[in-house]
Design a protein around this ligand. Structure first.
Ligand SMILES: Cc1ncc(COP(=O)(O)O)c(C=O)c1O
Length: 329
């Protein structure tokens, strides 16, 4: 096996998910708290759009990084929900948000380049960085600070080798959300370091609770937009994890580099899933609020139960929920 592969370990999330499946198959009553996967069905109008896409013959290779209609819908989404102006040439569509992150890191990292990752983190970040030949640099986001890193911690972690800072809000696994004020303070640090790029992983944008208002860094500080990759996708927002569609918005130079990589790896994301994602972004958005209310109830239930357990203290996260099956609540 290659030396590259020796640098990384398999995804622990997937290992735990598989183990939970095995135990459930043995008839055990298992609640898996591993993968961030909504347990709802994909909304009916999205499923219908996918069937219609098959019948309409959208079953062939597509443009490498997304059909034009979907890119346009993604631009409209960024404008509508995030106040961000992007052109289709600044958009890339991939096989899940995961491929967007992977493409970005593979397309940009050279040996010795550092990537700052607030911890606790989604387990794939450091391994993707290692696969791409870079060096992950973790900053501890502590419980007493709401599991958010401070501007001082960010400043101290940046070196002349730093290529990317990954910001994931709401965070997997803590659910911590960076509001506009927190992002503003981090943006002020980043403005002092013009060579550092920002990777905003906004995949949990819609899983926010109470009165938390989601923001993303390119919206908070437009001067950072020219060196930010804003990543998002339909997996978590529309219960579409298996359809594998994620997208990113960034300066054209990065989008082109990522497309080059994709053209030599997966060619294009599934044509049918792209039409389903188009329906998700352009169709009714009711599912988001409905599922959010259920996730919020689950969060309250789990946080209360954990805090009742002796020796466990669990702050209330601003966002992201677990995949507790409906039967368990
Ligand atoms: C923080 C974070 N980013 C990105 C992803 C990738 O999601 P997908 O590839 O399904 O779009 C996940 C999935 O669990 C995640 O937790």
């Amino acid at each position: 096996m290659s030396q590259t592969l020796a640098r990384v370990k398999p995804s622990p999330t997937i290992a735990i998910t598989n183990r939970a499946r095995e135990l459930a198959a043995e008839g055990r009553d298992i609640i898996s708290l591993s993968a961030g996967e909504p347990d709802f069905d994909t909304p009916a109008h999205i499923r219908e759009a996918a069937k219609a896409a098959i019948d309409a013959g959208h079953t062939r290779y597509t443009a490498v990084d997304g059909i034009p209609e979907l890119k346009k819908a993604i631009c409209a989404k960024f404008k509508r929900e995030n106040g961000l102006d992007y052109t289709p040439a600044q958009i890339t569509v991939g096989t899940g948000g995961k491929q967007i992150l992977y493409n970005a890191l593979m397309a940009t990292l050279n040996p010795g380049d550092e990537v700052i990752i607030p911890a606790p983190y989604w387990v794939s970040y450091p391994d993707m960085v290692l696969l791409a030949g870079g060096t992950p640099v973790a900053i501890e986001a502590e419980m007493q600070h709401g599991y958010r890193i401070s501007p001082e911690q960010l400043e101290a972690a940046i070196t002349d080798k730093t290529k990317w800072v990954i910001l994931n809000s709401p965070s997997n696994p803590t659910g911590a959300g960076y509001g506009a004020d927190h992002l503003r303070a981090l943006a002020d640090v980043l403005l002092r370091h013009p060579d550092v790029w920002v990777l905003a992983d906004d995949i949990y944008e819609h899983l926010v609770f109470d009165d938390f208002k989601f923001s993303t860094i390119a919206e908070i500080e437009p001067k950072l937009k020219d060196r930010t990759l804003t990543m998002n996708g339909v997996s978590k927002a529309y219960a579409m994890t298996g359809w594998r569609i994620g997208y990113g918005a960034a300066p054209e130079i990065l989008i082109k580099a990522m497309s080059k990589l994709q053209s030599q790896s997966t060619s294009n994301p599934s044509s049918i899933s792209q039409y389903a994602a188009l329906a998700a972004l352009e169709g009714p958005q009711d599912y988001i609020a409905e599922s959010r209310a259920v996730f919020e109830r689950r969060r309250d239930l789990v946080v209360a139960a954990l805090n009742e357990a002796p020796g466990i203290v669990c702050p209330k996260p601003e966002g992201r929920s677990t995949s507790i099956p409906r039967s368990a609540i």
